[in-house]
Each structure stands twice: as C-alpha cells, then as structure tokens.
Design a protein around this ligand. Structure first.
Ligand code: HEM
Length: 196
C-alpha cells in the first residue's frame, strides 16, 4: 500500500505511546524503513506486519488496531492535504458514501499503483445504510467499521456500525449496516466542516 497508509499507522502509534512505542512496533515488525514516503508504494505485507506488531506491542487485538486506524484515517487524510478531496466527495453522509469509489478514482490520479476498494451503498430506511465492501485484500473489514464510524462523525452523526455479512465462498464481498442513532449534533457538524 502507499506510504500514506503506513505513515498514518505511525501517526496513530505515536499519539498512542510516543516515538519509543513506534520504534518498538517497527522493530517487532522487522521493518527498517526510517521514514515512509507517502507517494511511494510499499508491499502490502509490510502494512500487515505493522498492524500485527502494533497489536502485540500495545496488547490490543489486531481488530481493535484496525478499527482505530479506520477512525483515524478520516482525520489523518484531511490533515495531510486531502481535505478538499474529502469535501468534494459530499456534503451529507449518504452522498459521501455513494462517492467513495469516485474519491478513490481521484486519489488514483496521483497514485497510479493504487488498488482501491469498492463500495456499493443502499438506503435501508431513513437512518440506515447498507454498505457493500469489495476488496482484493483480506482481513481489513474491522478497518471498514472504523472508517464508517469516522465518516459518520465527520457529518456530526453518532453511528452504530455492524458487520452484517462476511465474505465467503458464496459471497464475494462484506456487508455493513450503518445506523444513525440519536439526533444530529449541530456542534459536531460545525466541527466537521471546519477546514482541516
Ligand atoms: C481523501 C481521503 C482518502 C484517501 C487519500 C484514501 C487513499 C487510500 C489509499 C492510498 C489506500 C491504499 C491502497 C493502495 O495503496 O493500494 C486506500 C485504501 C483503502 N481505503 Fe481509502 N482513501 C481515502 C478515504 C477513504 C474513506 C473515507 C474510506 C471509507 C470507507 C476509505 C476506504 C478504504 C479502504 C477500506 C481501503 C483498503 C484497501 C482494500 O480494501 O483493499 N478510504 N485508500
């Protein structure tokens, strides 16, 4: 995956435990890259190793690391210069979810080796979306839970995300139900639209 992803893992690790923790995670993963370059493509294996090592060093299940990573990603990309791209993807949760593929297509214009996921979104009722997630990679569905939570938060919603169907021999994708709970917080909306 592109270095941007590994840098986001680094950012999350440093905010959780400082530079020393990040160094321990890299050592545990057997990664000797001094500084990741956002726009360089790295082996997927390296990213998976960092997640596994973070899980051991921080004493948290890998699923929890991936979930936190997903929540962090929405904030991290906004901070790393992708704020305008995120804004163009939609001004409501539904519009944004429907534009996830278009968003990655735009990302791919500057990252030609990108192997993006794909999402199909259906409205179930006025507070629930069904999100279908297609990927050529495995094991990242907990990250999607965190991503969808992060996207909900971006729009000022409190959301509950459940992994409702798992990819298998008979299903070529994962499914998630994203349910908006409670009222929309106007304060959170104001926060969400602040420039990064
Ligand atoms: C401007 C914001 C975003 C940028 C710059 C971005 C960029 C990327 C990049 C660089 C990768 C790694 C793929 C590769 O290197 O081949 C990736 C993967 C991924 N992105 Fe995004 N992304 C953004 C927003 C989102 C959002 C909001 C979601 C929410 C669902 C999302 C879902 C994913 C998932 C699930 C993957 C894992 C790849 C896989 O499943 O195979 N991304 N994205």
């Amino acid at each position: 995956m592109y270095g941007l992803v590994n840098k986001a893992i680094e950012d999350l690790a440093i905010s959780a435990g400082g530079e020393e923790t990040w160094q321990r995670i890299k050592d545990e993963a057997g990664v000797d890259v001094v500084a990741f370059v956002s726009m360089d493509a790295y082996d997927d294996d390296l990213t998976y190793r960092l997640v596994g090592a973070a899980s051991r060093v921080l004493g948290m299940p890998a699923e929890e690391i991936l979930k936190s990573f997903g929540r962090h990603w929405v904030l991290y990309t906004a901070r790393e210069g992708y704020g305008p791209l995120l804004e163009r993807a939609g001004s409501s949760l539904g519009e944004f979810l429907a534009n996830l593929d278009a968003l990655h297509t735009r990302v791919g214009l500057t990252m030609p080796a990108l192997r993006p996921p794909s999402f199909q979104v259906d409205v179930v009722d006025d507070a629930t979306f069904l999100v279908r997630y297609y990927s050529e990679r495995g094991g990242l569905s907990p990250m999607v839970v965190g991503l969808l939570e992060g996207v909900g938060k971006r729009f000022g919603h409190e959301v509950v995300v459940t992994h409702s169907a798992h990819r298998s021999e008979v299903l070529d994708h994962d499914e998630f139900l994203l349910r908006i709970v409670g009222e929309v917080s106007l304060e959170a909306v104001a926060e969400a639209v602040q420039p990064a």
